[in-house]
Design a protein around this ligand. Sequence first.
Ligand code: GCU
Length: 337
Amino acid sequence: MLKIEGLSKARGLLRRTTLLVASLLVLVSCSRDSDTTVLKMAHALPTDHPVHEAIVFLGKRVAELSDGKMQVDIYPGGQLGSERELMELLQIGSLAMTKVSSSPMESFVPEMKVFSMPYVFRDNDHYWAVLNSDIGRDLLEAGESVRLRGLGYYDAGARSFYTVDKPIHKPADLKGLKIRVQKSQTSIKMVNALGGAGTPVSFGELYTALDQGVVDGAENNPPSFESSRHYEVAKYYTLNEHTYVPDIVLISSYVWNNLTEQEQIWLQQAMDESVVFQRDLWAQATEDALDVVRNAGVEVIYPDKTPFAEKVKAMHDSIKGQPAYDLIQTIRTMEAE
Ligand code: GCU
């Protein structure tokens, strides 16, 4: 009995200490002098990526809407850590905001794996219909339970394979190849199901990993393949479009709860406007990126997607009984926008 009381006292103390540390850290991630609330936002993408442009737009709109009372300071290019690390910083309140891919988010919110499951979405319009539906909204809110509040989605198009030495025309071509994936179990399983070896590496380390032969290839959307300059090393790009994995802007729940109601309204409005802005940029950025890589000598391959989809069919049955399985069944019945 005594032991249990001691344990619950210790737990109580730990909880209070954690809360105290978190509130102190909130002061660091979100400083508020008498006139301005400054939110620190970090992400992993380069500054010429359309998602970074959207985040700059978001910051500009926040400043405009709040008449300078609120400001977003942006730290791009992974300088504050990998996406997983950035989410952990948000959880303890030592960073206010981040933009991550929904793939690594599945370790925090299991339902997010719907986005890393291959061949769920028929095309970009179907994917946006889902993001804008109750399912999309519920998934954004699901992060609240782990102190990661979703503010909105950015388009990240479809992801496809790129390889250094060997062109991929069909799944059998992936056999024995080490393919870099994000830190997501579902992505690892997908590559393995296709015959390759899914290998998680952080985005910031991938150029070197490709260059030094640590991995034989990777997979991403055209703007990311181009702006990361991975195409300088990987000369084959196979548009098999296995997944549509949206980007997500997150704010630490600690920080969100410390904002005034008015600040929350400004931030959410700026976010919603930046989603529209970014979606407009995306299609053009995808075309431009394909032009750049082609001009740099990359062979862009348009394979038959059916054998890829066939190979990963069993993955869908393997998650029967999990909430993501039921979500996918509903998603499949949904109309495009
Ligand atoms: C996309 C996504 C990034 C992510 C990257 C990756 O570019 O927008 O958020 O870091 O993929 O593969 O790691």
